[in-house]
Design a protein around this ligand. Structure first.
Ligand code: GLN
Length: 381
């Protein structure tokens, strides 16, 4: 047979898989891929088990269980004041990544341009390219990673179809501010530009700051796909459940693809989460829960030679290691895992050009003892 032509010749294995595998291989504490290492709420397990015992083991409706979509509708209205019709504007997905892929594939045609901000989560660009779209990226600079909106304006052309935003941001832990939202609104006004807003860390915003969801602003909400994650909300990333919100005319296109990518998402978890969400404390308590972990981890890092960057949200803390070595971040991350037993994510993986700012990302969604053990090791670096 003739040699296969790769659809993604430049794409390797995602950094999260690479670093988690390395961590397992060398027995390092895994602060690389973002997932909790503590147990989920036993009540949630009970609810899943009850749903299974009650016979909810066959296909869920294609768009998701209606009771779960209704709960999402209440939550979104209560938190952001936006009304989404559960029948037509909310779809349950197999996690954030599937929702992102499906949203991109539902509207991007060949040669459509999509603006992304780098460092960018690694699933955006491949999905755009698979659709024949063109990635227009704007690099943001540490330590603040602020979006220079005049630069964004320069990237806009008559082929610009979409802007992808992510707040709280992975990996930088920055959040969009009201002034970012104002700039964005002015920019897209009277333009045929859609927004994909990756808000999977919506409940992880710290220091009493507010999450600037696109759902808060009708003129933005009307052109947005908003992606959210129950993996983060329930501390159960392995369940691979999330959802997408979008106005009906966009959701209609989304579902045309969703139905043939996954058809529907596992049923018992949907029953369980629908019940679980009735207690709003489960998500209202998340900022305090994670802020305590962030603060504890930052106190620990203060004792090392790593320099902390700020962290306003998400479950990630970035550090600069310029005072330690001038190695490439990928090399240093591998050495840190092998020699010191702590696995991290080198942030050059979030740049198309591999831009290396000598910054590593740690996940602090871990038990206190895990964080303490990691800090003990990092002190030796
Ligand atoms: N979102 C997680 C992270 O940033 C990884 C999820 C994944 O591996 N697909 O670490």
């Amino acid at each position: 047979m003739r040699l296969l032509t790769s659809k993604l010749p430049q794409t390797g294995t995602t950094i999260f898989t690479v670093m988690s595998a390395l961590a397992a291989d060398v027995g390092a504490i895994n602060l690389s891929q973002g997932f909790p290492d503590y147990e989920i709420d036993p009540h949630l397990i009970e609810l899943v088990s009850q749903a299974m015992k009650n016979g909810h083991n066959q296909y869920a409706p294609m768009a998701g269980l209606i009771s779960l979509r209704e709960q999402i509708g209440y939550k979104t209205e209560k938190l952001y004041g936006a009304i989404y019709n559960p029948e037509t504007e909310i779809t349950i997905t197999a996690g954030g990544t599937q929702a992102i892929f499906t949203a991109i594939s539902s509207i991007i045609h060949p040669n459509d341009e999509v603006i992304i901000f780098e460092p960018a989560y690694d699933c955006y660009a491949p999905a755009i390219k698979l659709m024949g779209g063109v990635v227009k990226s704007l690099e943001l600079a540490p330590p603040d990673y602020r979006i220079a909106w005049d630069m964004v304006r320069k990237l806009i052309s008559n082929r610009t179809k979409m802007i992808i935003l992510n707040s709280p941001h992975n990996p930088t832990a920055t959040i969009l501010t009201k002034s970012d939202v104002d700039e964005l609104s002015a920019l897209v006004k009277d333009q045929d530009i859609y927004i994909l807003s990756d808000e999977v860390y919506e409940h992880l915003v710290f220091d009493g700051q507010k999450h600037e969801s696109m759902a808060r602003y009708p003129e933005l909400q009307q052109r947005s796909f908003i992606v959210a994650s129950f993996g983060k909300l329930c501390h159960a990333t392995g369940w691979k459940i999330g959802y997408c919100l979008a106005p009906a005319h966009l959701m209609q296109e989304f579902r045309k693809i969703h139905q043939f990518v996954v058809f529907s998402v596992n049923t018992p978890m949907q029953y369980a989460i629908a019940e679980y969400l009735k207690n709003e404390q489960v998500y209202l308590g998340l900022p305090a829960f994670f802020q305590q972990k962030r603060d504890h981890f930052r106190d620990g890092i203060e004792q090392t030679r790593f320099k902390l960057l700020s962290c306003h949200g998400s479950y990630f803390q970035s550090v600069c290691y310029n005072d330690i070595t001038d190695e490439k971040d990928t090399d240093f991350a591998i050495r840190l895992a092998k020699e010191f037993g702590v696995a991290t994510i080198p942030t050059s993986a979030f740049f198309n050009k591999g831009t290396d700012n000598h910054i590593l990302r740690f996940c602090f969604a871990k038990r206190q003892e895990t964080l303490d053990k990691a800090v003990d090791r990092l002190i030796k670096v």
